[in-house]
Design a protein. Structure first.
Length: 313
């Protein structure tokens, strides 16, 4: 394949944890030609999709993990497939990039994940399409609704709709003296919608990341155990990773969600499950490939690139 990868600057990645690099190393090992593009390099000219790009060689070497060829402008239709790996925040620039990639898709390029579905499936809100899998939740910017939810449930978690890595997540209790100021801050004075959920005590046992490829879950989960004194089960927030077997409830959630993921062209997705409840559906740039390899002996990169090959034929 001629495989394009859209990602944030490769020189700034965390080598030990980066899943995009793992994908690229696997693709290179299978003799695919890899073209590297940053998220800012995509553009539309006279109705066609282009990017400033470079050929790239990647290595499993913490001190020297890539080499770039000469930069050149390419039409995206010259590629067979493209991996969209731009990290959140899911802002206007991200949305504009999905429009560029959608033009490429209309010209026959396979784009993973589907650009339209990236726009449609907000990682927090998408989970609410499966209320049977979720705990009690609310998406709103209205002060009275948020306060009523906290008072009703007593112990809650509130978060922005466009963040990643545990940024700006708060635990709110009904007697919290900072309740009003937290609500004002996270909603930008009640002008921006947020998600609030009932607190799930099983977070202490870990926030399970279940990677799903082409609608099928991996045979294990990576549980992110919050650091002492922390609420957030995010590796970026200092959580530690351990392997977990999938429970019957985990498998049931995967079976509920999986067919819709396939229907929407979401090849690679990370489901976040705390206790018995689905909390998020990560569609932009799901991670934990290296943790799956190290802790579960599951080569997610190989499974993923095999699926990309199959769907690109």
């Amino acid at each position: 394949m001629k495989l394009g990868v859209v990602m944030d600057p490769i020189e700034d990645i965390n080598f030990k944890k980066d899943s995009s690099l793992a994908m690229m190393i696997e693709a290179q090992n299978k003799n695919h030609q890899i073209t590297y593009m940053t998220s800012s390099s995509l553009f539309i000219k006279s109705g066609k999709a282009f990017a400033k790009s470079s050929s790239i060689e990647v290595r499993d070497d913490a001190s020297d993990w890539f080499s770039l060829g000469e930069e050149r402008v390419i039409e995206l239709s010259s590629l067979d497939s493209i991996l969209m790996r731009q990290d959140p925040p899911f802002n206007s620039d991200y949305i504009y990039n999905t429009y560029v990639l959608e033009i490429a898709a209309k010209n026959g390029v396979k784009v993973f994940n589907n650009p339209r579905s990236l726009r449609d499936c907000n990682e927090k809100v998408f989970a609410t399409e499966f209320p049977q899998c979720c705990t009690e939740h609310l998406v709103t910017s209205q002060k009275n609704l948020l306060i009523d939810f906290v008072l009703e449930h007593g112990d809650t978690v509130i978060k922005p709709l466009d963040g990643m890595g545990g940024a700006s997540i708060f635990r709110l209790k009904k007697n919290d003296p900072n309740l009003n100021v937290i609500l004002e801050t996270i909603t930008l004075h009640f002008s921006q919608k947020v998600m609030i959920q009932q607190y799930i005590p099983e977070i202490l046992e870990g926030d399970k990341r279940i990677l799903v490829i082409n609608g099928k879950p991996m045979d294990a989960a990576i549980a992110r155990i919050p650091a002492e004194g922390e609420l957030r089960g995010n590796l970026a927030a200092g959580a530690s990773a351990v392997a977990k077997t999938l429970s019957e409830r985990d498998l049931w959630i995967c079976n509920e969600v999986g067919p819709i993921l396939v229907e929407k062209g979401l090849l690679l997705v990370g489901l976040d499950v705390i206790g018995d409840f689905l909390t998020e559906i990560n569609v932009t740039s799901p991670t934990c490939f290296k943790e799956y390899k190290e802790l579960c002996d599951i080569d997610v990169a190989k499974i993923f690139i095999d699926s990309v090959e199959e769907l690109t034929r």
